[in-house]
Ligand binder design. Structure first.
Ligand code: T1G
Ligand code: NAD
Length: 708
């Protein structure tokens, strides 16, 4: 018997080479542990034990990865046998030494397979980890029981609670692997290691017997420290606490009992809504790049970038481009401004040097790719230019006229406008097909979200180029259509309005911020206003005043606050007081007085709002506008709205995003809420037709997440 395809479609192959049975997991794209793979592994190990010629077993992954874990797409479905703990236990119980050769991803269940094996060799590109916590889960096939035995409770807890990936060298120093082999050929490295073990007459070495928990006091201290840290940092989360308690069980209980209890805890995580939210986020952030234009056209050349304006955004965007390895040329209005622009860029790197996260030499190397000018001719050879000047349509049109004059044919002309009409900007140049919106978020070198705003006349390869730039900059791109505020700021304006109504009707801005933080946000809307600067919103409200519907309810509290020059952190007070530049604000009785005065002016008798009711209104407003944005095609799918809010507006990741949250609450309930609130204000609370249609058809937003 030389080669036996154990399962349909060859998800796992095994073959005997001399005295070694080689098992190859081949389940593209990342060798996830689907039911077919689990069956195949079990059959292969049983074949190894049954075949007297076999003296040892080697497990490898086909292609660039070992095994990237359980098949995440299977979660939430009826589990198919065998379970992964069964497979891991069978591997560990093998009567012949089992070696795992790790290349690329050995993550989650993939690492659990590897530590159930008796020996491990890693190749330089290996990345090992137990990242289940990022999916609202915990290791469910022995990770919480075997890993502490192998590397100690402290190291195992750190890996499982951070979910981070460790490279080969660190894995060796941790004791996760036994050796590192050079090259990219896992089979060759694995076979060489097995030969060496056989030559040394090595015997099976079961991780269940490893002594990482022998020092009980040290293990208990690590568990207590992790418990305290998790209580502080993950109070809203479910699975981190389960992980800590599972390691406690691993310390206190015999191996098999601990494995059983781990599985029970794992199933509780599977049933938690946080699992659904986090797994939705995992796939959604991978789906957003699948846009028609990127699939229809190849990106243009992207070797040099230009930036107009070196202010808050221009400088941050320049740093993102420099960090992506691109040469950057910045143009400003005059010498003083370009000097300020360059200083703004250097300030970021000086900050990193101060924190010891960059060397002066590295800064010099990066800044060598930066050049500044006041002459637009400096853009003659750039492949893409991003305009980040004042938010004024005439200023921007003048800039685009200059770009149209100096930029080479085929250069992409992008604007970073937050609100302005990009079709109008495109119409102001001779090459509207080359104009696109690249809406970064402040600080642009930190915030991952990039709204790629697609005007009517843009060509597909320009959109494709924008997505290529996002990949280079490690941004999370979301395709958006042209409207006032695109996806994010448009929906923000609506739920911020709902927050203002709740405030004028009786809740204080501080109660509203408390409720929003309790929901899982890092900050509430009034804290965000103070951080971003109340003057920006004020300018927008003034700009919109002329076109605002006179019948629409308008809350003037924020205007009253801004009229006093209270713009937030940058002026030491806003909705909150910031004594001596404090970053955390204190409630301000004078703001409460302003709110009371506005209520009296309108004859409003304030009433109590529970945090739960505050969030029902806040989320109903967000979801309703989200549905309108999807219906109008401004967002391609509901998941695009979700990713926008996860990466640009601090939406709690464990809830998956506003549209996923609505699906989990149930669209009929959300629509009911909106119809209830509409009795108070039918103009603001007009249900989105899409929401009404989905409810009528018994469908939800996820049914629209398939690629259009
Ligand atoms: N299951 C199913 N599909 C997966 C997958 C997985 N585990 N990992 C990746 N994919 C898909 C992904 O959706 C994409 O599909 C394609 O593979 C390439 O991925 C019991 C419970 C491995 C580092 O958390 O971190 O084991 O978009 O675009 O940038 O204890 O994927 O092409 O259709 O991300 O090169 C734990 C998750 C599971 C690892 C590769 N494992 N994956 O990154 O490519 S829970 C993880 C990753 C578990 C056990 C528990 C990354 C990667 P598509 P990609 P990449
Ligand atoms: P800013 O005032 O900090 O910087 C604007 C810069 O543009 C100034 O340095 C100015 O000298 C320069 N400039 C003006 N006219 C110019 C011209 N003709 N040629 C060259 N340079 C010129 O403004 P900002 O906050 O960086 O905003 C820039 C753009 O980014 C605006 O459209 C804004 O709406 C948008 N935006 C801002 C944020 C934010 O949070 N600040 C977020 C996203 C998008």
């Amino acid at each position: 018997m030389t080669s036996t395809p154990a399962t349909p479609a060859d998800a796992v192959r095994h073959q005997i080479q001399g005295e070694i049975l080689q098992i190859t997991v081949d389940n593209p794209p990342v060798n996830a542990l689907s039911a077919a793979v689990r069956r195949g592994l079990l059959a292969a190990i049983e074949a190894a034990d049954a075949e007297p010629r076999v003296k040892a077993v080697l497990i490898v992954g086909q292609g660039a990865n070992f095994i990237a874990g359980a098949d995440i797409r299977e979660f939430g479905q009826t589990p198919q046998p065998p379970s992964l703990p069964e497979v891991c236990n069978r591997i560990e119980a093998c009567s012949k030494p089992v070696v795992a050769a790790l290349r690329g991803a050995a993550l989650g269940g993939g690492l659990e397979i590897a530590i159930a094996a008796h020996y491990r060799v890693a190749l330089p590109d290996a990345k090992l980890g137990l990242p289940e916590v990022q999916l609202g889960l915990m290791p469910g096939a022995g990770g919480t029981v075997r890993a502490p035995r192998l590397i100690g409770a402290a190291a195992a807890l750190e890996l499982m609670l951070s979910g981070r990936h460790v490279k080969a060298k660190e894995a060796l120093s941790l004791g996760l692997v036994d050796r590192i082999a050079e090259g990219e050929d896992a089979v060759a490295a694995g076979l060489a290691y097995v030969q060496a073990l056989l030559a040394a007459d090595a015997s099976v070495r079961r991780t269940r017997d490893a002594q990482g928990l022998a020092d009980r006091a040290a293990a208990q201290a690590a568990i207590d420290a992790a418990r305290a840290d998790t209580a502080k940092k993950s109070k809203n989360l479910f699975s981190p606490h389960k992980i800590v308690e599972a390691v406690q069980t691993a310390l206190d209980k015999p191996f098999d009992e601990a494995m059983t209890l781990e599985r029970q805890a794992f199933m509780a995580c599977i049933d938690s809504p946080q699992r659904a939210g986090l797994i939705h986020a995992f796939f959604a952030e991978r789906e957003v790049v699948k846009v028609p234009e990127a699939q229809a056209a190849q990106p243009r050349k992207l070797d040099k970038v230009g930036i107009v304006g070196g202010g808050t955004m221009g400088a941050g965007i320049a740093v993102s481009a420099l960090d992506a390895g691109l040469p950057v040329v910045m143009v400003e209005r005059d010498d003083a401004s370009i000097a300020r622009g360059q200083a703004n860029v250097e300030k970021v790197y000086d900050g990193l040097i101060k924190k010891g996260r960059m060397t002066p030499e590295a800064k010099t190397a990066v800044m060598a790719r930066f050049s500044g000018s006041t002459d637009y001719a400096a853009f003659a050879d750039v492949d893409l230019v991003i305009e980040a000047v004042f938010e004024d349509i005439e200023v921007k049109k003048a800039v685009f006229k200059e770009l149209d004059r100096v930029c080479k044919p085929g250069a992409v002309l992008a604007t970073n406008t937050s609100y302005l009409d990009i079709d109008a900007i495109a119409a102001s140049v001779s090459r509207p097909q080359d104009v696109i919106g690249l809406h970064f978020f402040s600080p642009a070198n930190i915030m991952k979200l990039l709204e790629i705003v697609v005007p009517a006349k843009v060509s597909a390869d320009v959109v494709s180029t924008a997505f290529a730039l996002a990949k280079k900059m490690k941004k999370v791109p979301v395709r958006a259509g042209v409207c006032d505020g695109f996806i994010g700021n448009r929906i923000l304006a609506v739920y911020k309005q709902a927050a203002d109504y709740i405030m004028e009707d009786g809740a204080s801005p501080y109660e509203i911020d408390d409720a929003v933080r309790g929901f899982g946000y890092p900050m509430g809307p009034f804290q965000v206003t103070d951080l971003a600067g109340g003057d920006i919103g004020w300018a927008t409200r003034k700009r919109r005043a002329a076109t605002r519907d006179p019948k629409a309810r308008y809350v003037e509290v924020a205007d009253r606050v801004c009229e006093r020059g209270w713009f937030g952190q940058k002026t030491g007070r806003g909705f909150y007081l910031y004594p001596e530049g404090a970053r955390t604000g204190q409630p301000d009785p004078e703001v409460l007085a302003i709110v009371d005065a506005e209520r009296q002016k309108k004859g409003i008798t304030p009433r109590k709002f529970t945090p739960e009711e505050i969030m029902r209104r806040y989320m109903a407003a967000m979801v309703n506008e989200g549905a309108k944005v999807v219906e109008e095609g401004i967002a391609l799918r509901p998941l695009d709205v979700d990713v926008t809010f996860l990466y640009g507006y601090g939406f709690p990741r464990f809830r998956g995003g506003p549209m996923k949250y609505a699906d989990m609450v149930g669209l009929p309930k959300v629509l009911d809420d909106i119809r209830t609130f509409a009795k108070e204000d039918p103009l603001f609370w007009k249900p989105a037709p899409l929401l009404e249609r989905l409810v009528a058809e018994g469908r939800d937003f996820s049914s629209l997440n398939q690629a259009r």
